[in-house]
Design a protein around this ligand. Sequence first.
Ligand SMILES: Nc1ncnc2c1ncn2[C@@H]1O[C@H](COP(=O)(O)OP(=O)(O)O)[C@@H](O)[C@H]1O
Ligand SMILES: N[C@@H](CCC(=O)OP(=O)(O)O)C(=O)O
Length: 414
Amino acid sequence: MTYPAVPVAGATGSDPAAASPPAARAAIGAARTIVVKVGSSSLTTSAGGLDPQRLDALVDSLAARAGAGSSVVLVSSGAIAAGLAPLGLKRRPRDLATQQAAASVGQQLLAQVYAGSFARHGLRVGQVLLTTDDVVRRAHYRNAQRTFGKLLSFGVVPVVNENDTVATAEIRFGDNDRLAALVAHLVGAEALVLLSDIDSLYTGDPRDPSSVRIPDVGGPADLSGIEIAAPSSDVSTGGMASKLSAALMATGAGIPVLLASATDAGAALAGGPSSHEIPSVGTSFAPAGRRTSARLFWLRHAATSSGSLVLDAGAVAAVVGRRKSLLPAGILGASGEFESGDVVDLLGPDGIAVARGFVGHDAADLPGIIGRSLSDLPEELRHEVVHADDLIAVGGTRAAGAAENVTTVVGGPR
Ligand SMILES: Nc1ncnc2c1ncn2[C@@H]1O[C@H](COP(=O)(O)OP(=O)(O)O)[C@@H](O)[C@H]1O
Ligand SMILES: N[C@@H](CCC(=O)OP(=O)(O)O)C(=O)O
């Protein structure tokens, strides 16, 4: 995949290190709550199976950051990779059922190894396995938020993964990079660190000597022209595209991101609330937007829609321009099988998506109410079709557009 060719900031200069250290790095160094994601390729040996030494080295860096006063949340991949050898599997299976069996066995091992490794530093871990429902359904994400808050208040390090064993193809996050961005938002983190098997972002395939290291990304426009190659490891899932997608999701919500090698975890995590030490490793991504609610954040970046509503021009102006609720009178048509609470796309009269929202009616109700004013409707149907608090405009900002492009690509390989 290649981004449209526009000069890449920091990638074309002869001395990348000459760029002034951006505020993003200082913010990452000083974050009180930090989410760290580590990929499968950084936790496994070349022969397959977990590598306790690499895992211990990572935990040492996380423990140092916790010791410096930060609350640390670890999003760890590796369940499927860790389950391969015990099940006698030579490589990552393609079918979901075998992946789930491997994840079930591997997650157990992963949790044990982390518990033992963090215990060396007197730290306890709590396992948190999430599904999409945990961030999409209002009651669930509040519950997840409470659980994280409580674990952190006990000084426990939450170790998070997708609940691969029960996640079906339809409800799967699919990659832990985006899950980590969602978790960073959910826990109110002030920084997200993505640790991988590569030391930073490059202008192209890092195995190609003409590719240049990118030390800092100031905004989505800086990613134009970057080429993303397939991951070098066959235990990985998302590749660099999902890391960029996650970075754009997080920075679009005001959270700075550092992408670095797991072997540089010590430097990447240097600092703490009372320190302003600036990690000089990896690629930093500067925040480019304001915080939104976790639910709307997911709605924008990850939810799949169950149907669509076509709006007239007045409704588009009200919903997108004036942030009003969508009323039945402004709807021209509806399609799809959805129930109240499901996600729907809101399309303009030209069929182009302008917003997404959690719908307040069942699809079966719509033929009887569209085009009518609320006062003409029976009491049980007399409410918004999508409440203003339940919708988000799409395609408006550059940041969102870029993130969605990457998300589309990420969905492909699984
Ligand atoms: N432009 C690029 N810059 C850096 N790495 C890239 C780029 N394009 C592809 N990659 C590949 O992305 C890989 C990291 O993604 P992945 O293997 O999924 O990591 P993880 O297992 O840590 O999630 C690297 O090994 C690297 O080969
Ligand atoms: N949930 C899966 C990992 C999914 C994933 O994103 O893997 P990776 O690309 O290695 O970060 C597992 O634990 O095996």
